[in-house]
Design a protein around this ligand. Structure first.
Ligand code: BG6
Length: 503
């Protein structure tokens, strides 16, 4: 018999998405322009398969995505895929019905910040935006689907970038916490699982202008300032996140929802040493810390000493006040939410300070295969990561993304045979189950990316598909927009109904 394990009662089986990637309706009901609304479509790395030599390492790391160009404003005739999404803004009742039929009892999405505060700095929120999410969450709850909500998922108001310089500006803390208070007070009675920033640690790759804009609204800076700016912006985001935890705890009392809890979400891609050479071990160990220290601050409430030394060594001025320290210490996260897609391998150089850069000393893993986009597929790494994080942070955990971006073929009978996606999820779910049952790690739920096809965040493609439900649209937004069930839809349905045993 095939190995599989039953998950604990109440386990959340769902899927995940983000407002800017599937809602469309970018200028409807008073919505403002977000950073995703000024990003043109990109492509997968080097469609002819050959990267220019200077990008060779970046390609190995799956990083050489052709950049999505960013325009100063929304330009007539530009291909802005997030303007369209899959029109979920209007189709959510039917789409949620399909997900319910799949058996899901949870669904993660984000609130588009620009529907609530269109520019980010208004005195009053936009009531039409608030009313929309009232209907949206009520629909989910009526179907028995638990909402899991991200506050800031790569879609901050563009105005906060152009007028304030993004998160480098301390004022962003106030704008974010105001927005947080408004939505928590509005939905906190019904929505229990929250997270502040999506994949806050992606900006560890501060050499990528795409990730700097996505995470922190950082644009128009000198490359030589990028690393320091990234740490400064991150600090403001972490203080804002801790204040959001504080607000959540106040609202929890006020509305009487004892389940209400807040995480700060990270992208977890384990980093392995290239060889058993102790220097490689040390480099990979510190690279893990340089990539996951955001989690340390959020879960432990203080900066690790090696990082404070690192700031001093580089003469980075991070502006960590005494008040900030107290806020961080008093408001650690309630649980850990993370995405998991792949793992990486790095080797040492001879710098004792280990200025880790994934684009510089990355290696292919000879034991792993890659997706068409160069992401190294590593199911065992998920079990490894769950153990690593639990040892370190000692909190319950929720897997809020895990998935396989691939080209799918819609057959003439409207079927889609995505056995590669089923295999990806089978292997990852098995490793999650081993972590839960054999290792004893408390995992609250599995919310793969994604229930339904949508726009890729890194490339803006529609054809990099992740869903269990196929959406008939292409990269130019052409197609019927109709929904079809993939083979993975039926597979996931059985898995959920058997609470993890029919793998
Ligand atoms: C994560 C993001 O990085 O991975 C999602 O939180 C994103 O927004 C997902 O869509 C998959 O990445 P991509 O670039 O293939 O869409």
């Amino acid at each position: 018999t095939k190995e599989s394990y039953r998950m604990p009662d109440g386990f959340l089986w769902g899927a995940a998405n983000a407002a800017h990637q599937f809602e469309g309706a970018w200028d409807v009901d008073g919505k403002g322009i977000s950073i995703a609304d000024v990003m043109l479509a990109g492509t997968k790395p080097w469609l002819n398969g050959q990267a220019p030599a200077k990008y060779a390492n970046a390609t190995a790391a799956g990083l050489a995505t052709k950049h999505r160009l960013v325009t100063d404003q929304v330009e007539e005739g530009g291909n802005y895929p997030n303007h369209r999404g899959i029109d979920f803004y209007h189709t959510y009742p039917e789409d949620f019905a399909l997900m319910k039929e799949m058996g899901m009892n949870a669904f993660r999405t984000s609130i588009a910040w620009t529907r609530i505060f269109p520019n980010g700095d208004e005195a009053e929120p936009n009531e039409a935006g608030l009313a929309y999410y009232d209907r949206f969450f009520d629909k989910m709850l009526a179907l028995g689907i638990e909402p899991v909500v991200t506050l800031n998922h790569f879609e901050m108001p563009y105005h906060l970038v152009t007028e304030y310089g993004g998160w480098r500006n301390r004022k962003l803390i106030d704008f974010f916490t105001k927005y947080t208070r408004v939505v928590l007070e509005r939905y906190g009675d019904r929505v229990s699982y929250w997270m502040t920033h999506n994949e806050i640690n992606n900006q560890a790759q501060y050499f990528s202008d795409h990730l700097m804009l996505q995470n922190s609204g950082l644009k128009d800076y000198d490359e030589s300032d990028a690393e320091e700016l990234m740490y400064l912006a991150s600090h403001h985001e972490l203080v804002a996140s801790a204040l959001a935890v504080k607000i959540a705890h106040e609202v929890k009392e006020k509305v009487g929802n004892p389940k209400l809890q807040m995480a700060n979400m990270i992208a977890m891609n384990p980093i392995y040493p290239h060889t058993s050479n102790p220097a490689d071990q040390m480099a990979a160990y510190r690279a893990m810390e340089q990539t996951y220290w955001w989690g340390d601050v959020a879960a432990r409430g203080e900066y690790p000493k090696w990082l404070l030394n690192y700031f001093e060594h580089h003469n980075f001025k991070i502006d960590i006040t005494e008040e900030d320290k107290q806020i961080l210490a008093e408001n650690t996260v309630d649980y850990v939410a993370f995405s998991y897609y792949m793992s990486n391998v790095i080797g040492a150089d001879d710098n004792p300070w280990i200025d880790f850069r994934l684009d510089k000393n990355h290696f292919d893993n000879e034991f792993l295969e890659k997706s068409d986009w160069g992401w190294q597929i590593d199911p065992v790494g998920l079990r490894w990561a769950l153990n690593w994080m639990y040892d370190r942070w000692d909190k319950e955990m929720m897997i809020v993304e895990n998935g396989f971006g691939a080209y799918d073929q819609l057959e003439s009978d409207n079927s889609i045979h995505d056995d590669y996606r089923i295999k990806y999820h089978q292997d990852h779910v098995l490793n999650m189950e081993r972590a839960v049952v054999i290792d004893g790690i408390p995992v609250m739920g599995y919310l793969p990316w994604s229930g339904i096809d949508m726009i890729s965040a890194s490339t803006g493609e529609m054809l990099k598909r992740y869903g269990f439900i196929f959406v008939d649209l292409d990269d130019a937004g052409q197609g019927s927009g109709k929904r079809y069930k993939k083979d993975s839809y039926y597979w996931y349905q059985k898995l959920v109904h058997s609470n993890g045993t029919e793998l």
